[in-house]
Each structure stands twice: as structure tokens, then as C-alpha cells.
Design a protein around this ligand. Structure first.
Ligand code: BF8
Ligand code: SF4
Length: 628
């Protein structure tokens, strides 16, 4: 295929490795995307339904063909049901990840998870207190046992509401109660969404979307929040640490192991194994200068945040990183792992290992990791990676890595501010920082890789808007060089002054996708300090290149929490103008925030800046009347 690599990705490593992949006749996500064009217009608009076997059905958007499915569902019902199921899948993914961590915590408490410990005891205790678990006089393992049991309860039916909703400002909690969307149980809301969207249950597009918000909130203030907090308890609450990013983090003279996926349960143990003297000795005996563990996607982000482990790339780089020929092993857990990876790896010497009982892939060897065997399994696979080092062919690592700082948990951000959000509030009030934006989410071959994230972020910081980022957006911004102290030179004068004084970059890496809840934590702290609701703050969210169901769920819980959110790619909703209008306008009356869709990041930046100035004006703060 003849094409310009510059049209597919803004990254130098991506462009060079795409060329290499083409030379090696390796098919990538961009080739497969091309082969799918034109994609189905009905599906694109959300107008096709395959929920039952009277179908599949579709509604004609031009009014000429059928306007109802076999069951009688019209465009509004079909679009709402499809969106509802998308939200349910996203919530289920994050929340199941959270459940896996709670199970590890329970096993640690019982002494059945050798290798894991309680790293952040203070967080264990504060979380236990939130869940009503008495901590005085108890040893940490006993607290962990009771906390894990209390958290497991959250997943089922609690009848009232999730414990962590209390972290939201009181005004926000009231809105959820009034609308009847305060989530009751993490699994319950997902399960109810699947029920409601079965043929012949909920056929009200408004009630379906309201439940969609309840379902998404069960992730944001439930499953994902638990995932982040329990990860911090088990592996440490992140602190700023230097790291490096892009494919250049691979080392020609070392054993390169890549971890991919989301749950740090496996990758943390792989890291320990890579650092063990026994493995380092083995590597040296095989002629390697060391063992270089690097990450991609969110498992990578988890390790980057807590240990400064280098990051080889984000979603669309996951195949290309293998095309370097330098990866001796890729170890995957779950989510966002393209099923093509085994096939790509087969063109090189890379050994592919899948580790989760719930995630199997073609072309990978399956080694199931469980809490009781994980330390042994980690050593075993690292040893295999070392053995594989000698099988390498020619290696192509075409770029130098870029420096970055990660590890901005909310505790760290507040700590950097001197222990209270007040200095940030003062800077916002004075207009030195106009506001803050969360830039989050994926890569998607429909958008030039990283262009959306990097362009939007550049425009925001230029205009004195502090950016917090997560997931693949965070990796994109790190590759672009926005995460070093010197990056204040990209920022506007006010943001430059504040970040310069604090010694932090203008773009703060707050973690993986489940860590978007850290952003919820920060906006709650700001709102509480100001005595307002989240929807009153000069803040916004953006997912400029999103692709996944999880990202859809994050967007919905951001909006339902009061954060105006701009999506790059259009969700499959344009088949129902009722739904488009509700999501982009009507929700303002219900939750005080809406979605906007704007694939052009230059224009998305203007939308966000306008929104932030409007909120500043409403708060009685100095505002700019003419933006854009
Ligand atoms: O959870 S940002 S492509 S890796 S879904 Fe996936 Fe999207 Fe990346 Fe992380 Ni999040
Ligand atoms: Fe068709 Fe209705 Fe079945 Fe959907 S639920 S496939 S619209 S009959």
C-alpha cells in the first residue's frame, strides 16, 4: 500500500517503524482499518441492532426504508440501547479490573499471595475508615481482610448507594439522588443495563440514557475508584519520578520485556523478577547488559507512575514496537490488546505470553498467573525472555527516548501545592491559571496518531490551562516532550509562572485510564474548597482520539459528575437527533454538563477555552470575553 506515514502518525518512531513494518510485510492496524473502508453507515450512526434473533435490523436514516426493527424499536430506542450496552461494557471492564485487585487484597490478608504486601498502610487505613471498618489496634492484614470484604459488597446489591459517592461534593450527590441515578451496586448497574436493553424492557430513550449515567457512575465512583485505591495500597501511591518514553526506550544490548494491558497485578511481579539478582545474573550469562522492562498502554502507565518504568508507546504503537525486532518478550494481561499481536510477533523472534484466565489470544503462549503463583510465574517467564535474547535477528530502534516525569497522584499534586489546594485556587482566581482540563483516552486509526492529544494539549497550556492526562493521551503528551520541567516554555505566562515556581510540568501525568478517578478527586477537592459543585468549576474533559467502550463510560461519568467533555471521534448516536440533543444540550439542565464532539483539536481547544471562561464569569472571576 502506498501512503504517507506522516498522515498516519505524528510520531517519528511510528513513521519509521511503519516503514519498517511495510518492508517486513507486517500488517498493522492502519492496513486493517483501510481494508474495512467504507465502514457500515448504519452502525456508524447507531442504527443497526442485533440484540435479538428476530433481527438483525436497521433503520433507514433517510426515511425511505424501514423506520423500525422487527420488534418495533425506532431509531431513538435502537441508538439508546446500543449506547447503553457500550457504557455497560466499559463499566464492566474497569470494574472487573477493580474486583481483581480487591481479590488480591483479600488473598494478601490471608497470607495466600506471596510476593505482594501492603505498601501504603496510611491509605489502607483511611480507606478502611471510609468503608466503616474500625482500624484502631488492628494489624494491617486484619484491616485489609475487612476492607476487602466491605469492598466486595460494593459490587453486588447494596440497595442504597455506593460508599465512595460520599467523596463527591454534597451538591453533586443531591443531583444524583434527585435524578435517581446514584449507583447502588457496581455489578448491579451493569447487569440492569443488560436487562433494560433486552428486547421488550426499557424502551424509553431518556430512561435508558439516565440509567447509562448511573451505570457509568458505578464505574467512576465505584469500580475504577476501587481499582486505583487498592492499587495504591498494594503497590504504593505514585510520587513524581523521572522516566523516558517512545520506542527508543528499548535497548539493543539488554533483554527487552514489554508489559501490555491494564492490571498492575502481574506487571508489578514481573518488575520484581526483572530486578532480582538471580535474573540479572542469568541475563549477564547470556551476554545481555541487563534486563530492560518497559510498558505500553495502561499497564505501562501503572508501572511508570509508581516506579518510573519507561514507556515504549501507546495503543497504536503496540504492534510497531514489535517491528523493532528488539522485544524478547511481550507479557499481556487484559484490555486493549489487539488480537493481531501474536501474528505480528511471529514475524520476529518475540515471545508472546498471555497471563489472565479471562484473556486468551491467538499466537500467544498462555501462562495463567494467580495470586498464589504469581511470583514464581513471573520468574519463569522472565527466564524465558532471557533465553530468547539470543534468538534475536536484526534490531531497529530508530529514535532516542524522550524524558518525562510521571507520578502525579492527587496526594502528590496537593503535596506540591503545600498540602492544600488553596494555592491552585488562588492561581485560578487570579487568572494566572484559567482552569484545568483532563485530556484522556486512546488512539484511534481514524485520527492521525497523537495529533489530537498533542495539538489540543499544546493549545490549552499555551492559554494557561493546566492539563492533567491519563491513558494513551498521557503517553502521547509525554512523547511530545510536555512532561519535563522545561515544558513550561510551551505554557502561557501565568501557567509558566506557577508551574515554574512549583517545579512541575504544565501537563501532569495522573495515570492509567482507571486513574481518571484521580481527576474526579481533584475536582471534588477544588469544588469543596470553593463551596461549589463540580459543574461550577472552570474545568473540562477531552478524549480527542478515543476508541474504546471504557472511554465512552469515562466520558459519561465525567459529564454525569458535572465535567463538560469534548469527544474527538463521534460516538454512534447520530441516528437519533433526540439523543444527540440530549447529550449535547439537554443534559445541562439535568447534570449541569454536556458533551461536545469536535474531531479538530484546534477547534476543540477553543470550545474548552470558551467553556472555561464562561465558568469563570459565572463564578465572578476575571474572564476573557473573546476567545477564538
Ligand atoms: O485504558 S487509553 S487505548 S490502553 S482504553 Fe486502551 Fe484507550 Fe489506551 Fe488504557 Ni484507556
Ligand atoms: Fe431487531 Fe428489535 Fe431484535 Fe433489535 S431487538 S434485532 S430491533 S427485533
Amino acid at each position: 500500500m502506498s501512503r504517507k506515514y506522516e498522515d498516519l502518525t505524528i510520531t517519528k518512531d511510528g513513521q519509521l517503524l511503519l516503514k519498517k513494518a511495510e518492508h517486513d510485510q507486517v500488517e498493522t492496524v492502519w492496513d486493517r482499518y483501510q481494508a474495512q473502508l467504507p465502514q457500515c453507515g448504519y452502525c456508524d450512526m447507531g442504527l443497526s441492532c442485533r440484540i435479538c434473533i428476530m433481527g438483525p435490523c436497521r433503520v433507514d436514516p433517510f426515511g425511505e426504508g424501514p423506520q423500525q426493527g422487527v420488534c418495533g424499536a425506532d431509531a431513538d430506542i435502537i441508538v439508546a440501547r446500543n449506547l447503553g450496552r457500550m457504557i455497560a461494557a466499559g463499566a464492566a471492564s474497569h470494574s472487573d479490573h477493580g474486583r481483581d485487585l480487591v481479590e488480591v487484597l483479600a488473598e494478601v490478608a490471608e497470607g495466600r499471595a506471596p510476593g505482594y504486601t501492603i505498601v501504603d498502610e496510611a491509605k489502607l487505613k483511611s480507606l478502611a475508615a471510609e468503608f466503616g471498618v474500625a482500624v484502631d489496634g488492628k494489624d494491617p492484614l486484619q484491616i485489609a481482610k475487612e476492607l476487602a470484604a466491605a469492598m466486595q459488597e460494593e459490587f453486588g446489591t447494596r440497595k442504597k448507594e455506593l460508599t465512595l459517592l460520599k467523596r463527591a461534593p454534597a451538591k453533586r450527590q443531591d443531583i444524583w439522588k434527585k435524578l435517581g441515578i446514584a449507583p447502588r451496586g457496581i455489578d448491579r448497574e451493569t447487569s440492569e443495563m443488560m436487562h433494560r436493553t433486552h428486547m421488550g424492557v426499557d424502551n424509553g430513550w431518556v430512561s435508558l440514557l439516565l440509567h447509562g449515567m448511573r451505570n457509568a457512575l458505578s464505574d467512576g465512583w465505584g469500580g475504577s475508584m476501587i481499582a486505583t485505591d487498592v492499587s495504591d495500597i498494594l503497590f504504593g501511591t505514585p510520587k513524581p519520578a523521572a522516566t523516558t518514553v517512545n520506542v527508543g526506550v528499548l535497548k539493543e544490548d539488554q533483554v527487552n520485556i514489554i508489559v501490555h494491558g491494564h492490571n498492575p497485578v502481574v506487571s508489578e511481579m514481573v518488575l520484581q523478577a526483572c530486578q532480582s539478582p538471580e535474573m540479572l545474573q542469568l541475563a549477564s550469562a547470556k551476554g545481555a547488559k541487563g534486563i530492560n522492562l518497559a510498558g505500553v498502554c495502561c499497564t505501562g502507565n501503572e508501572l511508570l507512575m509508581r516506579h518510573g518504568v519507561p514507556m515504549a508507546g501507546n495503543h497504536l504503537t503496540t504492534e510497531l514496537v514489535l517491528a523493532t525486532g528488539a522485544v524478547d518478550m511481550m507479557i499481556v494481561d487484559y484490555q486493549c490488546i489487539m488480537p493481531s499481536l501474536g501474528k505480528v510477533a511471529a514475524c520476529y523472534h518475540t515471545k508472546m505470553i498471555s497471563t489472565s484466565d479471562k484473556a486468551h489470544f491467538p499466537g500467544m503462549e498462555h501462562r495463567e498467573f494467580h495470586p498464589d503463583n504469581v511470583a514464581d510465574m513471573a520468574r519463569m517467564v522472565v527466564k524465558e525472555a532471557i533465553d530468547n535474547f539470543g534468538r534475536r535477528g536484526r534490531v531497529y530502534i530508530p529514535v532516542e527516548p524522550v524524558n518525562a516525569i510521571g507520578g502525579f497522584s492527587i496526594e502528590t499534586i496537593i503535596g506540591a501545592l503545600g498540602g492544600t489546594p488553596q494555592p491552585l485556587i488562588e492561581a485560578i482566581k487570579a487568572g494566572k491559571i484559567r482552569g484545568a482540563a483532563g485530556v484522556v483516552g486512546c488512539n484511534n486509526p481514524k485520527i492521525k496518531q497523537d495529533y489530537g492529544h498533542v495539538t489540543l494539549t499544546r493549545r490549552l497550556i499555551e492559554n494557561d490551562i493546566l492539563v492533567l492526562d491519563t491513558g494513551c493521551a498521557a503517553v502521547a503528551n509525554a512523547k511530545a516532550g510536555f512532561k519535563v520541567a522545561e515544558a513550561i516554555n510551551y505554557a502561557g505566562p501565568g501557567l509558566k509562572e506557577i508551574c515554574g515556581a512549583l517545579g512541575i510540568p504544565p501537563v501532569l501525568h495522573v495515570g492509567s485510564c482507571v486513574d481518571n478517578v484521580r481527576i474526579l478527586g481533584l475536582v471534588s477537592a477544588l469544588a469543596n474548597a470553593l463551596g461549589v459543585d463540580i459543574s461550577d468549576l472552570p474545568v473540562a474533559g477531552a478524549a480527542p482520539e478515543w476508541y474504546s467502550e471504557k472511554a465512552a463510560t469515562i466520558g459519561v461519568y465525567f459529564v454525569a459528575s458535572g465535567v463538560y467533555t469534548v469527544l474527538g471521534p463521534m460516538p454512534p448516536i447520530t441516528g437519533s437527533m433526540n439523543i444527540v440533543n440530549l447529550l449535547t444540550q439537554g443534559l445541562n439542565d439535568l447534570v449541569g454538563a454536556v458533551f461536545a464532539v469536535e474531531p479538530d483539536p484546534e477547534k476543540a481547544a477553543i470550545l474548552i477555552r470558551k467553556h472555561i471562561e464562561t465558568k469563570r464569569q459565572a463564578l465572578g472571576l476575571p474572564f476573557l470575553a473573546n476567545v477564538g
